[in-house]
Design a protein around this ligand. Structure first.
Ligand code: HEC
Length: 101
């Protein structure tokens, strides 16, 4: 019975926020989860790319290597100008989380 109640109150397994990564790469310096700030919110980004094939890979590459702006004139700064170099594994974790917002 207890198990049933717990299951019922947690219908969707939420993607755990990779807080340490977000922190060390300063994502929240420009982004927020739900309101546009210096950059589009992670919810806007998730909404825009939810149905786009290969968006995850494109975004992972862009986050790690840079690329042209998709939202305005300002492209996202390169990792060196954020928290420092970022590994493919860490970009993967971050983008999976962003797209789950
Ligand atoms: C210095 C400010 C800044 C920081 C720090 C920053 N971003 Fe961004 N980000 C931007 C801006 C500006 C854009 C919009 C760029 C564009 O038009 O494509 C953006 C766009 C994005 C996009 C969408 C890219 C696209 O092609 O649509 C993703 C995903 C993203 N950021 C994730 C992150 C993550 C994850 C971090 C932390 C590792 C991060 N950002 C840190 C400013 C920042």
């Amino acid at each position: 019975m207890v198990g049933l109640l717990v299951t019922a109150s947690n219908p969707a397994p939420a993607q755990t926020e990779p807080a340490a990564l977000i922190d060390s790469h300063r994502c929240m310096f420009c982004h927020t989860t739900d309101s546009p700030f210096l950059a589009p919110s992670f919810q806007q980004i998730a909404e825009r790319y939810r149905k786009v094939p290969n968006a995850r890979l494109m975004l992972e590459n862009k986050l790690r290597l840079g690329g042209k702006a998709h939202w305005g004139d300002t492209a996202m700064p390169l990792p060196a100008d954020r928290g420092g170099p970022i590994t493919p594994e860490d970009t993967h974790t971050l983008i999976v989380w962003v797209l789950s917002q």
